[in-house]
Ligand binder design. Sequence first.
Ligand SMILES: [Zn+2]
Ligand SMILES: [Zn+2]
Ligand SMILES: [Zn+2]
Length: 134
Amino acid sequence: MRQTPQREGILHVLRASDRPLTVEEIWERMPERRSGLPTVYRNLERFVREGWAESILGADQVMRFVRCDSRHHHHHLQCERCGRTAEVDACGIEASLKHLEILSGFKITHHQLMLFGLCAACRVEPIPTEGGPR
Ligand SMILES: [Zn+2]
Ligand SMILES: [Zn+2]
Ligand SMILES: [Zn+2]
């Protein structure tokens, strides 16, 4: 696919980060800021449609974007402590979807699934006990 410098710039920013970024953060990190935020946002929406990126609605109700490495159907995980994201090039819930189809009578055409937890690094770190009982 042919990329304009603007699109290249956005992809570069997404690739360089292991955490999802807001539109503003992406815009701030772009080497050349010839276009405004609305253009960056439009490009990000296109990336999501085309499968180059995914949008994640955080617990703070802010939309952030993360790159997609896999060109197949896949899912993302986000660490609740450090915010890092990981991508798994697999689905793993096909059997559950079949079951949901039977229960609902729906033919499920697609789905989105975001997984939250603790990443490998955060799992081994002790939980900080600030202000808590000793
Ligand atoms: Zn993705
Ligand atoms: Zn983590
Ligand atoms: Zn899936």
